[in-house]
Design a protein around this ligand. Structure first.
Ligand code: HAM
Length: 426
């Protein structure tokens, strides 16, 4: 049997890189005073329909949805969906636990798998991982301030720098307020009425139900027509323009480089005002390392209080691909254990386990061999996984002096057991 198409196993030493990325992200989030949230991997289907949007590719084509049958009289059948993204779950949790009542901004981050039934290719999987964060709260807590947008973007620039990812590009846009969007939809509809018959079937439907989603179309023949459609930036009112100008002014002051892209509308319906993507040239066709933006009306759309917010999610699979391309990382991945313990004879296995326990409790990374191996086999096995081999025979147990061989230098030493930890730790 094989892993399902679009899913894969992550194996060592690659998982070491995954863990390192996660550890750096957690450290950076802590410096910006974010706390971790873990939401369920599946939710009620309507949560995604109402937040991400019925007409988006994610909801209309890519979700793993099933009818969860009632098992008892007290239960109701329910349509459930594996989460395709995590913002909806975070905002659901914000509402459910009344987090807004604290009056503070909620600064939450998450690391976890997401599921979308897309066509698999390099950098695109059906189970993929995101590291994301959201800043959300009541307006009086400052959740609408453009400084929040700039702070999130500055944090991302810092995080990518600390991960050692160079050569990223930040694309930035504003998709305006709900009112701006309504005006833009009208302008789009007017033009789409004329050109929709020349577009693909999907676009003809979107032109009626959700014109903005026409801009997500990937059909090559449609692109020249889509290029010529009105730009959302032309529909922004003064307040939205001022908000965006304040975001870019703060980014300029902090020295975070960006490029304006008036076509960047993102493929999810909940966005308002600032939207952004960080791309990386080394990734090929799936070049978006991360994406995000503001969602000032999302909480209300799913039945909650007014709670503007901004956040992002980065593709962990894509971060790993980007870092694997660099030499330094390949070297760091092959990290051997401090020592391999070779018991000379099966009767010494228990003593070897005792020694391994002692050394591991002191923080050393130890491979434990087996007394049934001949010494030559133990040496060969040890040389592959550890820096040194510690030989444990009857003499060593009696005298308390161990024989240690270092593979890099070829030197053999006699080390008293009391000094073994400090010797191996060097
Ligand atoms: P998204 O743009 O749909 O936004 O996904 C964010 C990132 O997840 C992408 O830039 C990409 O790196 C990664 N990603 C998406 N789909 C796949 C896939 N099939 N395989 C591998 N990686 C993938 C969101 O999900 C929003 N929730 C972001 C957000 C948070 N906006 C506000 N807050």
């Amino acid at each position: 049997m094989k892993a399902v198409r679009g899913t894969r196993d992550l194996l060592p030493p690659e998982t070491e890189l995954w863990n390192r990325i996660e550890a750096i992200a957690r450290k950076v989030f802590a410096r910006y005073n974010f706390g971790e949230i873990r939401t369920p991997i599946f939710e009620d289907t309507s949560l995604f329909a109402r937040s991400v949007g019925e007409e988006t590719d994610i909801v209309s084509k890519e979700m793993y949805t099933w009818e969860d049958r009632a098992r008892a009289q007290s239960e109701k059948a329910q349509s459930l969906t594996l989460r395709p993204e995590n913002t909806a779950g975070v905002v659901r949790a914000y509402i459910e636990h009344k987090l807004g009542e604290s009056g503070q901004l909620q600064k939450l981050y998450y690391i976890g798998p997401q599921f979308r039934r897309e066509r698999p290719q390099k950098g695109r999987y059906r189970q993929f991982w995101q590291i994301g964060a959201e800043v959300i709260g009541p307006p009086f807590a400052g959740s609408e301030s453009p400084l929040r947008d700039a702070e999130v973007l500055e944090m991302l620039a810092t995080l990518l720098d600390e991960l050692g990812i160079t050569g990223w590009k930040l694309e930035l846009n504003s998709v305006g307020s709900a009112a701006d969007r309504a005006r833009y939809n009208e302008a789009l509809r007017a033009v789409l009425d004329l050109v929709a018959p020349r577009l693909c079937q999907d676009c003809q439907r979107r032109a009626v139900t959700n014109p903005l989603r026409v801009l997500d179309c990937k059909v090559p023949e449609d692109q020249p027509i889509i290029e010529a459609l009105p730009k959302i930036t032309d529909s922004l009112d003064q307040e939205s323009m001022d908000h965006f100008a304040a975001v870019t002014a703060a980014l300029d002051a902090a020295g975070v480089p960006y490029q304006l892209n008036p076509r960047l509308v993102r493929g999810l319906d909940y966005y308002t005002r600032t939207t952004f993507e960080f791309t990386h040239g080394g990734l090929g066709a799936q070049n978006a390392l991360l994406g995000g933006g503001r969602y000032d009306g999302l909480s209300e759309a799913i039945g909650g209080p007014k709670a503007p917010g901004i956040g992002f999610a980065m593709g962990l699979d894509r971060l790993v691909l980007t870092l694997q391309a660099s030499d330094a990382d390949q070297k760091a991945a092959a990290r051997p254990a401090h020592a391999y313990i070779a018991p000379l004879g099966e009767n010494l296995n228990p003593a070897a386990l005792v020694l391994a326990r002692e050394l591991r409790r002191s923080g050393l990374s130890i491979e434990l061999g087996d007394g049934s191996f001949r010494l030559k086999k133990s040496f060969e096995a040890a040389d592959k996984v550890a820096r040194r081999i510690v030989i444990l025979g009857e003499d060593e147990v009696q005298s308390g002096i161990l024989t240690v061989k270092d593979f890099a230098t070829g030197t053999q030493s006699k080390i008293p057991r009391a000094e073994l930890v400090s010797f191996l730790a060097e």
